[in-house]
Design a protein around this ligand. Structure first.
Ligand code: ZN
Length: 323
């Protein structure tokens, strides 16, 4: 019994240690906050393998966990290769599964979120509205191999239904509900709220066979109320707000990169002498379909990866029963 407890404790600390070290060591190799600067070519000393090399089982468990963490969508940052040398190849070549949307109970749908689950090195990229820069933004996400959730507004997409099809054919991309008219839902009656959401959903379903925007909705302007959350939940939607934002104002594209990264880096802490980005894991990043944002999106995606995190869709962030 004691032996078992001890073993389980040791396995647990190995898992936590591996995850922290992966994030921490990458953070160490990550660039300073100057936008556009890539991580240095030199790799840090490897505290991971040397620490556990004498314990094969612990090492195997840690490596499996590492592989699961790192086998998220998209290419791995270059520094990551260093940590994967000892990981069995078949664990790393498994292609990421298709998106499976979370199935939430009414009690979960009735809660809004502004931060996702924090157990893995991922952040959700959410991009809103859709009045401009649609194709360009989709191309960036595709070229970077990232995942994203597009919160689209029906009236902007009515004449670009072809975009809905293209977006849903792109691996890692999903479409969510940002109402039909971009109305302030908190000022509307229950029936009008339902109409705003179902009109978008109907258009999407009529355009792309089998497509649905559930279970994610974002109220325009973040204007939520208890009633908005409840009415949306009644239609199968959870109200999704955000953790990190900043492209809706007047910042120039060059300033945007630093503005977003500063919000991520603010969550940095030092664990065992290493910089850790764990505090930023699970962040929901809000951006908009705008030419300026689109022009710096590749930089932002690369800087997120340089900090050991994968930019993914909300379904990926919430997969496997996470709430
Ligand atoms: Zn909006």
């Amino acid at each position: 019994m004691v032996q078992l407890a001890k073993e389980s404790l040791s396995r647990r600390s190995v898992l936590l240690g591996a995850a922290a070290i992966a994030a921490g060591a990458l953070a160490e190799a990550a660039p300073s906050l100057r936008p556009g600067r890539m991580p240095p070519a030199a790799v840090p000393r490897d505290p991971f393998l040397s620490k556990y090399a004498s314990d094969q089982q612990a090492r195997h468990v840690a490596e499996e966990r590492m592989a699961a963490l790192l086998n998220a969508q998209g290419p791995r940052p270059p520094d990551m290769e260093y940590y994967l040398r000892g990981v069995p190849a078949d664990l790393l070549t498994t292609s990421p599964p298709g998106l499976t949307k979370p199935v939430w109970d009414p009690s979960v749908l009735n809660t809004f979120v502004s931060m996702g689950p924090q157990d893995r090195p991922m952040v959700a990229l959410t991009i809103d509205d859709g009045a401009a820069a649609l194709d360009e933004t989709l191309k960036v996400i595709r070229d970077e191999g990232a995942g994203a959730t597009f919160f689209l507004t029906g009236k902007y997409l009515d004449r670009r239904k072809d975009f809905l099809q293209q977006a849903l054919e792109t691996p890692g991309i999903e479409i969510a509900n940002h109402t039909w008219n971009h109305s302030d839902l908190s000022s509307l009656g229950d029936d009008r709220i339902r109409e705003e959401l179902t009109r978008f959903e109907t258009m999407l379903a009529d355009t792309v066979h089998g497509a649905s925007s559930a279970p994610f909705m974002r109220p325009p302007g973040g204007a939520k109320s208890e009633r908005v959350v409840q009415v949306a939940a009644g239609l199968g939607y959870r109200t999704i707000l955000w953790t990190i934002s900043g492209d809706a104002g007047t910042l120039a594209p060059g300033q945007l990169v630093e503005h977003y990264l500063r919000q991520i880096d603010r969550r940095t802490e030092v664990v065992d002498g290493q910089v850790s980005y764990r505090g930023a894991w699970g962040s929901i990043i809000l951006m908009h379909f705008r030419p300026g944002t689109c022009s710096v999106l590749p930089d932002i995606i690369r800087e997120i990866r340089a900090r050991g995190m994968q930019p993914v869709s909300l379904s990926k962030l919430y997969e496997d029963g996470r709430t």
